[in-house]
Write a protein of this length. Structure first.
Length: 115
């Protein structure tokens, strides 16, 4: 059974940094990271960053130049490095990974940017 576990969220002051991790566990041959999403209170879930199998990345305009998505050396972990955080980045962040024949989602990790 495949499971995604997210970590790294928390409370940070504006201008600070956080690194989110999404680790896949279970029985599988390989993972195909798709991206990170976030959902703020009262808003729809939005795509933050994507990562393709050839390493191509893309970002929402609101986070370009501040966030970076990457894959760990162990290949079963995906990261989201978030720098220069702003209060509007406050949301629950979810990772999305394709494994086997379906999409999997992390449980969500809360990021709060506040002074």
């Amino acid at each position: 059974q495949v499971q995604l576990v997210e970590s790294g969220g928390g409370l940070v002051q504006p201008g600070g940094s956080l690194r989110l991790s999404c680790a896949a566990s279970g029985s599988f041959f390989s993972i195909y990271p798709k991206g990170w999403y976030r959902q703020a209170p009262g808003k729809q879930r939005e795509l933050v960053a994507t990562l393709t199998s050839d390493g191509t990345t893309d970002y929402a305009n609101s986070v370009k130049g501040r966030f970076a998505i990457s894959r760990g050396n162990a290949k079963n972990t995906v990261y989201l490095q978030m720098n220069s955080l702003k209060p509007e980045d406050t949301a629950v962040y979810y990772c999305n990974i394709f494994i086997g024949s379906r999409d999997y989602w992390g449980q969500g990790t809360q990021v709060t940017v506040s002074s």
